[in-house]
Design a protein around this ligand. Structure first.
Ligand code: AMP
Length: 545
């Protein structure tokens, strides 16, 4: 017997409709690419999204067509999110920080029909345009006065496009399983792969992420996603904000400590989200200028593990709560978040920081397991570490236009490529990417654990631990370190620092000091490159076999 409830599809357009209906005068503030702050309301955003939706038809966009963006977090990008998905087309956010040939690959693989581009990325698009076989129109995200001279054909001014269309539109209703947006994984090996979200997966993820024990978002909040809208939909914040009706602050191209601090204070931001590198910049700015924040209450840190010292600094020195989250493009992205369980209110600060350095527990909807190389489940004892696999309604079940995916070889599960422990309370701790784990004599050493210890040294700014070739053990850990300015830290002092913090055989075999470490386009350590550079390091310096 079927229930007798309305079959209202879960559609992305319903979010902006709701924000207009019930939070219409709440503000969206943007630091524009052109420079000044732009302010308007959810009502105006919705009106312009409807105009853009009508305009899409005029440039030949049909249901299912992919529309690419190369854009910062701005109100225009926000409008594209809702207009494109709202008419049943696919909003394909492209990461402009990738290498140009990868961007061309991604746009061609997705067969994007049009491209929305911020002024900052004009030269990139001009360089690539000839290779983009399927792109019929290029819409420049600015107004008439700021249109740049360009040799590109088929160029349209965004504001002209929006203004030349009516806002009269009832959002079409269609199957909630319809694709809504597309995001390619950064792929440090092989070609990037496309994750195609659906309206249903997006709405369910938005509900879950907003819950009190997750982001805990409310209408009274002022929310600033620093995580880019081209990186896993800014962790879902552009959808969660209109769902809860909070004020939204979009920082445009700003990611530096001073610029973020200015926005946080002028807009009284209460909640923000970014990768550790961004927060490091803000903390350094706080220190250098003797600043703090009068409004910031919570920051989500994800994308990479924050060092415990960062969690402590936020809490102890600035009274800001860290919400440590783990996820992937493939998981929409939020998979776990670190919040206390019932009965944990008696934790000492030290216990709390130790817990918060873990990646957290699954949101309702996500299930996770750790398995060994023979697919056997491992115990949740906080010690055993294995391959992390997940399932849930916002976890991808395959990649866009890829007939085969190794990560989906076990029916119903997605193999994340992360290695983790899960403790008896259900808190997962990522110990590595499976390709980064250091396999010494058949035993696994966590590269992240080594890096976290190294970063704990007061003279270390950043560190990477990689497995390099060893004649006896196959691989041994090598530590690559960026020291603070003027530091005289030596190899032996660095290695000595590990004693008592890990078992002896985990201590790296050598230390290399460098001025800077390479990063990928999403701000993660580029370990593949480091492995290429240092693969034979131990052989070259002549280790005892
Ligand atoms: P992406 O798809 O680019 O967002 O990258 C996802 C990957 O980032 C995950 O598979 C993890 O390896 C890493 N990652 C994300 N969040 C965390 C975290 N909190 N701690 C450690 N690694 C993380």
């Amino acid at each position: 017997m079927l229930g007798l409830m309305m079959d209202t599809p879960l559609l992305i357009s319903s979010l902006i409709q709701h924000a207009d209906d019930y939070h219409g005068d709440t503000e969206i503030t943007t630091r524009t690419v052109e420079g000044p702050l732009h302010r308007y309301t959810y009502r105006e955003a919705h009106q312009r999204a409807r105009q853009l939706a009508n305009a899409l038809d005029s440039i030949g966009i049909q249901r299912g067509d992919r529309c690419a963006t190369l854009a910062w977090n701005t109100y225009r990008h926000f409008e594209i999110y809702f207009a494109v998905s709202g008419v049943g087309a696919i909003c394909h956010t492209v990461n402009p920080r990738l290498f140009a040939p990868q961007i061309a690959y991604i746009i061609n693989h997705a067969e994007d029909a049009c491209l929305f581009v911020d002024l900052s990325f004009m030269s990139l698009v001009e360089e690539l345009a000839e290779q983009l076989a399927t792109v019929k129109s290029i819409v420049i995200l600015t107004d008439h006065a700021n249109m740049p001279p360009t040799p590109l054909a088929n160029v349209i001014c965004y504001e002209d496009l929006v203004h030349s269309h009516s806002d009269v539109l009832d959002w079409p209703q269609f199957d909630e399983h319809t694709g809504s947006s597309l995001c390619y994984t950064s792929g440090t090996t092989g070609n990037p792969k496309g994750v195609l979200y659906s309206h249903r997966s997006t709405l369910l993820h938005t509900y879950a992420a907003s819950l009190p024990d997750n982001f805990g978002l409310a209408a009274r909040d002022t929310v600033m996603p620093v995580v880019p809208m081209y990186h896993a939909n800014a962790w879902g914040i552009p959808y969660a904000a209109p769902m809860v009706g909070c004020k939204l602050v979009l920082p445009g191209p700003v990611t530096d400590g001073a610029g973020l601090h200015h926005l946080i204070e002028s807009e009284q931001v209460t909640f923000s989200a970014a990768v550790p590198t961004v927060w490091l910049g803000l903390l350094q700015y706080f220190d250098a200028c003797g600043q703090t924040s009068s409004s910031l209450e919570r920051v989500v840190i994800g994308g990479a593990a924050p060092p415990r010292s960062m969690i402590e600094a936020f809490a102890e020195r600035f009274g800001i709560q860290v919400l440590h989250a783990w996820g992937m493009t493939e998981t929409s992205p939020i998979g776990t978040i670190n919040r206390p369980r019932h009965g944990m209110s008696e934790e000492t600060p030290a216990q709390r920081y130790q817990r918060e350095a873990k990646q957290g527990r699954p949101l309702f909807g996500v299930r996770m397991r750790i398995i060994d190389d023979q697919n056997q489940p491992l115990p949740h004892d906080g010690e055993s570490f294995g391959n992390l696999t997940v399932q849930g309604p916002w976890v991808c079940r395959g990649y866009f236009n890829e007939p085969h995916s190794d990560a989906h070889s076990e029916a119903g599960w997605f193999s994340t490529g992360d290695v983790a422990t899960i403790d008896p309370q259900g808190y997962a701790q990522i110990t590595d990417r499976s390709k980064d784990v250091i396999k010494s004599g058949g035993e696994w050493i966590s590269s992240i654990a080594l890096e976290n210890i190294a970063i704990g040294h007061p003279e270390v700014v950043e560190a990477a631990a990689i497995g390099v070739t060893h004649p006896k053990w196959a691989e041994r850990p090598l530590l690559i370190v960026v020291r603070r300015d003027q530091s005289t830290l030596t190899r032996d002092e660095m290695l000595h620092y590990f004693e008592g913090q890990v078992v002896k055989w985990w201590i790296p075999d050598d230390v290399v000091f460098v001025d800077q470490l390479p990063h990928t386009a999403t701000g993660k350590l580029f370990k593949l490159k480091l492995r290429e550079t240092y693969r034979n390091h131990l052989l070259t310096i002549g280790v005892a076999p």
